[in-house]
Design a protein around this ligand. Sequence first.
Ligand code: TXA
Ligand code: MG
Length: 339
Amino acid sequence: MYTELKAAAPESLAYAAKLLREGETVGIPTETVYGLAADATNNNAVAKIFAAKGRPQDNPLIVHIADMTGLEGVVKEVPEDCKKLAAAFWPGPLTIIMQRGDKIADSVCAGLPTVAVRMPSHLVAAELIRLSGLPLAAPSANLSGLPSPTNARHTFRDLQGRIPLVIDGGECSVGVESTVITIAGEQPMLLRPGYITKEQLETVLGKEVLLSDAILNKLQEGAVAASPGMKYKHYSPKANVVLLDGSAEAYQAFIAQHAGAGVFAMCYEEEVSSLAVPCVVCGAREDAAGQAQRLFSALRECDEKGAKIVYAHCPSTTGVSMAVYNRLIRAAAFQVIKL
Ligand code: TXA
Ligand code: MG
């Protein structure tokens, strides 16, 4: 299949909406990462998403809506907690899991009684939902296992030949996938950390939000994942990523000792001049949101530059850093060296 790459403009969006209505897939920008969108009410269209990405069938997709009326038929009912969260964070990088409605194709929910819903703030994504008149199922637009794409070039590179169209809407401003919270159980639980933090969710809901075990830890063999996506190998560049846990001085010393062919540092802006190996920059030291915005792009850059081993800082697990840690620890296949 020939894949077109078009800048976001009225004609290209009208064309994208037409493809979506005809049951095709389209790579689209959102504020978090690029998504691979299709009609969430059409099983055949959704099957094309799984095929293009090579995604396991038991990993459910997020449904994207443009306004609160878009929840009709997508969810069974709109709980009070959803209204509170929507008022505070929608449109924006938050996904809410609720009981599913009857309009959604079975394959979107992978057999679960629940559905994940998000209202993106990116104007192109919102416009495409409106123009197509459809709820859009859209996972991140990477090949399964690779880092999520944060621009149209990454999306095109992964899915070229597999989908008809990618819409270029610029670099993603958030850079990591949406925060996922489930309100389908007795107590709200965070399933995936993102730009919207556990503390912010707790403030708006006025109650504790539990933390799924799989966020900070490796899921044990055979364990049932609250969020199926957590059990798969994720975000892995070809290079071997290793996290170093220690002070800035210890990081610098370790890298000086381990310099060699193919050895790279994924470091903060301030450090580039002090490190003895080629560097890929991932934000400034005190700027967790900036690190999140750069993370996936930095992981891809490591491969583009031919890195064999990449030493990265081990992020903290608080606030927005929890999202960076959650992605990076998986990119590193849980390899952490304590300095
Ligand atoms: O920012 C984002 O959320 C991006 C953009 C494109 O919107 N999308 C995205 O989709 O990250 P995806 O498919 O890569 O991640 C969806 C995550 C997976 O971990 C999946 O297992 C989980 O949400 N999920 C979806 N439906 C679920 C459900 N009913 N119950 C539990 N987890 C669910
Ligand atoms: Mg994904």
